[in-house]
Design a protein around this ligand. Structure first.
Ligand code: CTP
Length: 407
């Protein structure tokens, strides 16, 4: 949905700047509020009057000409997205290093909104190791790159580096705002196996790799959710996902408890220890002290606790790793823990569960539903689990019978 979105259209000084006029036009036609920001150099390539006439606001260029003393923070804070088209090697480099030399580069580092960069430059510049490196950094940070094409360049040259077609740029903006089934929802995911210390160097743990939980977090974000990931593993996560690192079941419990009622969906994918050693030694247990006896005590059952306090709007999802009697164990767990969905996998089957990139699960619903998902990548499993959860969410703003929609 593009209608009503605020997009800062940054135009830097490349010959291709004239194509940004069409991008501006398409965005405005689609209902986007376009704020054009031209660099000083862009003024040599295109006239600001054209953008002022076509866009939703007059062109902005300087940090100092505006009546507002801090225009870049205002622009950055209120933008739903920033599109830099064309993006020169200089602007790309500024964004990578965080240099705020002008209004456009300052706005780019004063925003939490998604950024789309559309590079355009000569082939030699595009292929220079410095530019390649900068582009890689931006990709890692989650910046969307609209890749340049091969074709006619300025000065009669032909090669790679030509700005993508304005329609392709427009479609990249459109894709950014595509409505996902979890848009506007808060989702909490737990991932990885907890570690319960015996002493400062030893712990009781399990074989969970955290891959399924991390795939759930990535998919939830891709489906539009605001995601919090409570994890015990160091796998990287996309920008935008709030990550809380924990070690023990008790730490995971306290991280999950905070604001648990504010989430629309909670997925307990973590392999939480059921027992922990009583009174972990503060010093390393020495061999010459004899064979120690380890006494265990139960940990808190986080999922069962959430099941007891669950608000009516929330969909609570548990996981179950089983080695026998999958259906009966999973259904018993689903009801005992008060979950809405329980995702069960037989971890004794080949290519399934811990440490693998694939999984095969059956999703049991408290409503009696049973959905089998054959062996697939963990990202596919994640998507199916989240779709099942999204299907059970109440509409965000239900219209009551006695309430008529606003005109
Ligand atoms: N779980 C939890 N807190 C615990 C143990 C488990 O929140 N202390 C959650 C897991 O994250 C998972 C679900 O409960 O979503 C089921 O975990 P599982 O280990 O399969 O079940 P247990 O209750 O531990 O039962 P058992 O080990 O006897 O099969």
């Amino acid at each position: 949905m593009l209608q009503g979105r605020r997009v800062v259209l940054g135009i830097s000084g490349g010959i291709a700047a004239y194509k940004a006029i069409e991008v501006c036009r398409r965005l405005v036609d689609a209902g986007v509020h376009v704020i054009p920001v031209l660099t000083e150099q862009a003024h040599h390539m295109v006239g600001p009057t054209t953008f002022t006439a076509l866009a939703s606001e007059p062109v902005k260029t300087s940090l100092w000409h505006d009546r507002d003393p801090i225009p870049h923070t205002k622009l950055g804070q209120t933008a739903d997205a920033i599109v830099v088209c064309p993006a020169t090697a200089r602007v790309i480099s500024d964004l990578v290093t965080g240099r705020s030399g002008d209004l456009l580069s300052a706005t780019l580092i004063a925003t939490a909104a998604p950024v789309i960069v559309c590079p355009a430059m000569h082939t030699e510049m595009w292929e220079h190791p410095a530019v390649r490196h900068n582009i890689e950094v931006l990709v890692e940070r989650g910046v969307v790159i609209v890749w340049p094409e091969e074709g006619r360049l300025a000065g009669g040259d032909i090669g790679k580096g030509r700005l993508a077609d304005p329609l392709v740029v427009f479609e990249a903006v459109e894709e950014l705002f595509q409505d996902g089934p979890l848009r506007g929802r808060r989702v909490l995911i737990t991932a990885g196996g907890t570690r319960e210390p015996l002493d400062p160097v030893r712990f009781l743990g399990n074989r969970s790799s955290g891959k399924q939980g991390h795939a759930l977090a990535e998919q939830a974000a891709a489906m539009g959710a605001e995601v919090t990931l409570v994890t015990t593993v160091e796998l990287p996560v996309s920008p935008g996902i709030r990550r809380i690192e924990v070690g023990t079941a008790a730490e995971m419990h306290s991280a999950v408890q905070t604001d648990s009622g504010s989430y629309d969906v909670i997925v307990m994918a973590a392999a939480v220890a059921d027992f922990r050693p009583v009174g972990a030694s503060t010093q390393k247990i020495k061999k010459d002290g004899g064979v120690p006896t380890v006494v265990l005590e139960p940990t808190v059952d986080i999922l069962a606790g959430l099941g007891q306090t669950k608000p009516s709007h929330q969909v609570l999802v548990g996981f179950a790793a089983e080695t026998e009697n999958l259906a009966s164990n999973a259904q018993e767990k689903l009801h005992r823990k008060g979950a809405d969905l329980l995702v069960a996998n037989d971890v004794s089957a080949p290519g399934v569960g811990f440490a693998h990139d694939t999984n095969a699960v059956t999703i049991y619903g408290a409503d009696g539903s049973v959905a089998e998902i054959a062996r697939s990548p963990k990202t596919t499993i994640a998507r199916k689990v989240l779709e099942a959860a999204a299907d059970r969410l109440a509409p965000k703003h239900p219209i009551q019978d006695n309430e008529s929609p606003e005109p």
